[in-house]
Design a protein around this ligand. Structure first.
Ligand code: ZN
Length: 205
């Protein structure tokens, strides 16, 4: 797994799968980050956006023109063009995503799909940040949650039902390291989970 940071968003490269891209206009910086990490564009088979806010998908259209396939989760379909108008308004170099060239799968299909890339894990819906938000959870304990609010914040929000639900879902996979798009990664400790989620007694899979 490689963390590629070339702007304000942490993006990740895992066995042929790129998770998120930064804003439109960051392509030159992206290439530099690839080079620094010894990754070629042709090594990227698929790109997955944790959600379609502008700082998570700005390069996808351009990468698709270079042969990278978009892995689109069916629940994200409606949000695909969420950021187009913003990029147009700001006059940024941007290619709208052509959905016809995307590989569309359901969440339930994600485990088998990822296995074919050599990735053991699955994709979950974690919609507390936005309706199209998903997280990638790997069996080795790494999870990639995009803009999901860190679990430490749960108690700080009065209206935290959906955030709590997302974390309960993630917790059931026993993640060991959580990778955020805009915060440093966190190691998950059992005691911390227990303090935050006293009523949860997850079963180890
Ligand atoms: Zn966001």
């Amino acid at each position: 797994m490689k963390k590629l940071k070339y702007g304000n968003t942490n993006t990740f490269f895992i066995s042929g799968l790129l998770v998120d891209t930064d804003y439109a206009g960051t392509l030159p910086a992206f290439y530099k980050a690839l080079k620094k990490n010894g990754v070629r564009v042709t090594d990227i088979k698929y790109v997955l956006a944790t959600h379609y806010h502008p700082d998570h998908m700005g390069l996808i259209g351009k990468l698709m023109n270079q042969g990278v396939r978009l892995l689109l989760i069916d629940v994200q379909r409606e949000s695909l063009h969420f950021s187009d108008r913003l990029f147009e308004r700001d006059g940024l170099p941007f290619v709208p995503i052509n959905e016809a060239n995307a590989t569309v799968i359901s969440l339930g299909e994600s485990r088998d799909f990822l296995a074919r890339l050599g990735i053991a894990g699955e994709i979950l819906r974690t919609p507390s940040h936005s309706p199209d938000s998903v997280s990638l959870v790997l069996d080795d304990g790494d999870c990639f949650v995009g803009d999901l609010e860190p679990f430490e914040y749960i108690e700080a929000y009065e209206d935290n039902v959906s955030l709590k639900k997302d974390w309960e879902h993630l917790l059931s996979f026993h993640p060991k390291r959580v990778f955020y798009a805009h915060a440093p990664e966190r190691t998950v400790q059992g005691e911390l989970w227990n303090n935050n989620f006293e009523r949860i007694k997850p079963n180890r899979r």
